[in-house]
Design a protein. Structure first.
Lengths: 120, 498
């Protein structure tokens, strides 16, 4: 039988993304990761690592943003974020925000001020 | 009378028997004659008359008796004849039932043509007719079964096509919504469910006597194959993938192997407690690669193990779809079937963990090197699907900051077994057709080296030096650009059309 779009299908990989992330879709990383967070590896890849972890560490010998890592590995950002979360938890990479966003006051603080003003 | 009396002694036995009936009449006549001589003269005439009448009567009786005797004889002979004919027929019928028909049915099962079977038949005409009727019935039955099987396979193929389409679209969506973890998580779940449906359709196709799902033209690394198998079972999170030899599986064997491993993994996870892990490893053996699946579940009793292995064997001899309703472990039938077609050796043994240890040996001729392999594990970047959802400018911009990256480490050394000549220069900076600089990464993106080391590396190869240069982000970019510029546009367009 014919497969619709069969030729293209062949180029894909037999492994689905959920196997790579172990079924997780969001990270438990201690650090907030966004697209422009820079990632630097702390070490060389160790044997026995998951291939994707090793690939990220290899890529991140020099600082790379999360978006770049995602593009190079061909994996969606969420997958990369999950993988980076694992690496961060293991202390294999360091993440740092390139430009700290302007510090806005806490929302709670603003609300408290509004409440205070209304009470006047 | 004396002449007649003497004749039995001198004549043939036949004539003696024929005239034996005259003997009583002759005796009566003789007795009458003697009596006539002895009685006084006046009584002679009456006595002679009575004697003559008696002799005639006895002769008549004798004649009747003799005739009846002959009739009885002929009847007896006829009965004996019929008995023997009957016995012959009985034995022939027994032959027909006990030898001929089973033989004919067996030959038909083996796929001989009904005409040939009938022509080579050595049996009486009547039996020929019986056999012909039976052959017709069997052929009609087989045709029915075959068409039913074809219908199954047909439906399975359609489901497979839909599932493939869906999986592809899901992958596109995963790429598109990769930035929002919630949507992404839902997509992953959908993706997983789709893969499970696909496996079921594959199973039906295999049991219908065809090959499972899709075809792979290129070799796929064993690691990817094993993760592919993991991705098709429900409890993939419980599977612990251990070190894997750095080899690839030839294209035609990829899908069967994935499917067989998925079925074995499914059995392992299904029949072990949910909190236990299932261990998945692959090691080199003399005859190829042995993939081991070990669970910590309930041990199979010797009897259950024998039953399972019998089912595997039976499946290798061919499966009757009608029998499957009774076998709860559909998977083993599928595995047996695949093993038979592709030459895998499957065995189930008690595990040291207490559960079952399934070993599947992939023969050497289905194994190749990873050089030409595709798949995520060994080809991140190079082998992944170009993602047309990204704006090309963004991707092109990505490598730009790296143009000045200096060589960081000494040139990588390959494994001692590898061809040293093919070692690339890590500092080479190339330019793409668009003039963008292209950095060569000196180490593989990957894992190939990583998972193998414990199993197969030689002692003098330090793990850090092991990576083989296989994947270069720049190459991926080039592929992406060529894809955009139209070299493979037909493929990606075909992809999008429903």
């Amino acid at each position: 039988m014919s497969h619709p779009g069969g030729g293209d299908w062949e180029e894909a990989s037999p492994e689905r993304l959920y196997v790579i992330t172990g079924g997780r879709s969001s990270t438990s990383a201690p650090v907030e990761l966004d697209l422009v967070t820079l990632i630097v590896a702390r070490s060389r890849p160790k044997p026995g690592m998951q291939p994707e972890h090793a690939a990220i560490i290899e890529l991140c010998q020099s600082p790379l943003s999360v978006a770049e890592v995602s593009a190079y590995t061909g994996l969606p950002v969420s997958v990369v974020t999950v993988l980076l979360g694992d690496l961060l938890a293991d202390n294999r990479v360091v993440a740092r925000a390139p430009v700290p966003p302007a510090r806005l006051p806490d929302r709670a603080l603003i609300e408290a001020v509004i409440d205070g003003l209304q009470k006047l | 009378m004396i002449r007649e009396e003497s004749s039995p002694g001198s004549g043939s036995p036949r004539s003696a028997a024929a005239f034996g009936w005259l003997l009583p009449a002759a005796l009566t006549a003789v007795a009458t004659a003697i009596t006539v001589l002895l009685v006084p003269t006046p009584a002679r005439v009456p006595v002679a008359v009575v004697g003559a009448v008696a002799a005639v009567a006895v002769a008549a009786i004798g004649a009747v008796a003799a005739r009846r005797g002959r009739v009885i004889d002929s009847l007896r002979r006829a009965v004996a004849e019929r008995d023997s004919v009957l016995a012959h027929q009985a034995s022939q019928t027994a032959h027909l039932a006990g030898t001929l028909l089973p033989d004919v049915v067996e030959r038909l099962r083996k796929g001989e043509f009904p005409e040939d079977v009938l022509a080579s038949l050595n049996a009486p005409e009547a039996h020929h007719a019986v056999v012909r009727t039976v052959v017709d019935a069997v052929v009609a039955e087989e045709d029915l079964r075959e068409s039913a099987q074809r219908a199954f396979v047909n439906i399975a193929r359609r489901v497979q096509a839909i599932v493939h389409q869906q999986a592809q679209e899901l992958r596109e969506m995963e790429d598109r919504h990769g930035k929002s973890p919630d949507v992404f998580g839902d997509l992953l779940r959908l993706d997983h469910g789709t893969a499970l449906i696909g496996r079921l359709a594959d199973s039906i196709a295999v049991l219908g006597g065809t090959r499972p799902g899709r075809q792979w033209s290129r070799a796929v690394p064993l690691y990817s194959v094993m993760r592919g198998a993991m991705s098709r079972i429900i409890d993939y999170q419980r599977v612990e993938l251990h070190s894997v030899s750095e080899v690839a599986v030839t294209g035609p064997a990829v899908e069967p192997l994935i499917h067989a491993l998925a079925e074995l993994l499914d059995n392992a996870t299904r029949y072990s407690p949910p909190q236990t892990k299932v261990h998945l490893t692959a090691v080199d053996v003399q005859s190829g690669i042995a993939v081991e699946i070990e669970d910590g579940g309930v041990s199979m009793s010797e009897e259950a193990r024998k039953r399972a292995e019998r089912m595997l064997r039976q499946a290798q001899q061919g499966i009757d779809l009608n029998d499957l309703g009774e076998t709860p472990r559909l998977g083993l039938a599928v595995v047996g079937r695949l093993a038979q077609v592709y030459g895998f050796q499957v065995s189930l043994r008690p595990s040291a963990y207490g559960g079952v240890r399934a070993v599947l040996v992939v023969p050497q001729d289905l194994i190749t090197t990873t050089a030409t392999a595709t798949g995520l594990a060994h080809g991140i970047g190079a082998a992944s699907v170009p993602r047309t959802t990204l704006p090309p400018e963004a991707v092109q911009a990505a490598p730009a900051p790296q143009t000045t990256v200096p060589p960081r480490t000494p040139a990588p050394t390959r494994r001692p077994t590898g061809p040293v000549a093919s070692e690339p220069d890590p500092v080479v900076v190339e330019r793409t057709p668009n003039g963008l600089p292209q950095r060569r990464r000196k180490a593989p993106a990957v894992a190939p080296a990583a998972p193998t080391t414990p199993a197969s590396s030689t002692p003098n190869a330090a793990p850090e030096q092991e990576p083989t240069p296989q994947v270069q982000p720049g190459m991926w970019l080039a592929a992406f650009q060529s894809g955009l510029s139209g070299e493979s546009t037909d493929a990606s367009q075909g992809n999008k059309q429903p």
